[in-house]
Design a protein around this ligand. Structure first.
Ligand code: IPM
Ligand code: MN
Length: 364
């Protein structure tokens, strides 16, 4: 009997529902083609859930995520809740979701597709051979440290890491580097922060278990510069939560649009898969968002949660094919180039997946 995989789908806010609709379509096509039984079910999350249930991460959603084999998320964030108390903010729901799932390692692959080089402000020759992976620690650091709070004219956040938290995410980075070009660049601020001194110490210890991987340490300020001045020299970039948040948005400039980038958040149990972009309220509801980040997140879901590298590759190849054929959403269209909507882009990727499935079965 084939196993059926349950996916909790959280469309969230802004462009989230639009990019998720495209990703669902592609995921269904890839599952059908690869003979994978998937069941997708949507649950409220983010500002949408605040409006419906008074909180961003309601119990029904939490229970569904903990039951599911994987979680696929669109985006959260809504300017109308910017001033809301922290418990009612969509971002608080996202942090609670990551914590509930225990997804401590956030994988953010970044590559520059030559056909989209015009979309990046960097010169095309800088973008040649850019293929890097940011491994961002996701359930610790300043995002979660206690104490935190606002005390009149003083506000506090705490940066704290335990040895064990550093070690487990470092192992994910070294294992990934072993399957890639074999270099880990660990990013910290060890010239100033005690936490970074510990980070360096632990990462260096972990490195001894991976003799085929070369480790280098780099301070975050110069790493930020290298990401733009010599991005092709980077393979795996390992870093803590806030540095990873900032550096991965910076890395999106290499790809040409933040709408292109996917992520997988992994831990001991089920994974969370989400594009790295936000809810983009300015273009929400206009069929203008780039669904590639969400679609490639669905590919990562097949790879890591279902264990189907074949299904993941099918999606990745279909995205590459559709881009090579000249299809563009607004964010990556060159001046004068026609742009299609989120829905049409998703439909074209889904049919490319189905067509390659048909080709595979004919060849068999
Ligand atoms: C991201 C986002 C989130 C983060 C926000 C929405 C809380 O920017 O996934 O990168 O900072 O982790
Ligand atoms: Mn971010």
């Amino acid at each position: 009997m084939t196993r059926r995989y349950e996916v909790a789908v959280l469309p969230g806010d802004g462009v989230g529902p639009e990019v998720i609709a495209a990703a669902e379509r592609v995921l269904e096509a890839a599952a059908a083609t690869s003979g994978i039984a998937l069941r997708l079910e949507q649950f409220p999350f983010g500002a949408a859930a605040v409006r419906a249930a008074g909180e961003p991460f309601p119990e029904v959603t939490r229970a569904a995520c903990l039951r599911a084999d994987a979680v696929l998320l669109g985006a959260v964030g809504d300017p109308s809740l910017d001033a809301a108390p922290r418990a009612r903010r969509p971002e608080t729901g996202l942090l609670a979701l990551r914590q509930a799932l225990g997804v401590f390692a956030n994988l953010r692959p970044v590559s520059a597709i030559p056909a989209l080089a015009h979309a990046s402000p960097l010169r095309a020759e800088r973008l040649r051979d850019v293929d890097l992976l940011v491994v961002r620690e996701l359930t610790g650091g300043l995002y979660y440290g206690e104490p935190r709070g606002r005390y009149g004219n003083r506000a506090v956040n705490t940066l704290t890491y335990e040895r064990e938290e550093i070690e487990r995410v470092a192992r994910v980075a070294f294992a990934a580097a072993g399957r890639r070009r074999g270099v880990v660049t660990s990013v910290d601020k060890a010239n100033v922060l005690e936490v970074s001194v510990l980070w360096r110490e632990v990462v260096s210890e972990v490195a001894r278990d991976y003799p085929d991987v070369r480790l280098e340490h780099q301070l975050v300020d110069s790493a930020a510069m290298r990401l733009i001045s010599d991005p092709a020299s980077l393979d795996v970039l390992l870093t803590e939560n806030l540095f990873g948040d900032i550096l991965s948005d910076e890395a999106a400039v290499l790809a040409g649009s933040i709408g292109l980038l996917p992520s997988a958040s992994l831990g001991a149990g089920r994974g969370l898969f989400e594009p790295i972009h936000g809810s983009a309220p300015g273009i929400a509801g206009r069929d203008a968002a780039n669904p590639v980040g969400a679609i490639l997140s669905a590919a990562m879901l097949l790879r890591y949660a279902v264990g189907s590298d074949e299904g993941a590759r099918l999606i990745e190849a279909a995205v590459a094919q559709v881009i090579a054929a000249g299809l563009r959403t607004r964010d990556t269209a060159a001046p004068g180039e026609r742009a299609v909507g989120t829905g049409e882009f998703g439909a074209r990727v889904a049919s490319a997946v189905a067509a390659s499935g048909a080709a595979i079965s004919t060849a068999r």
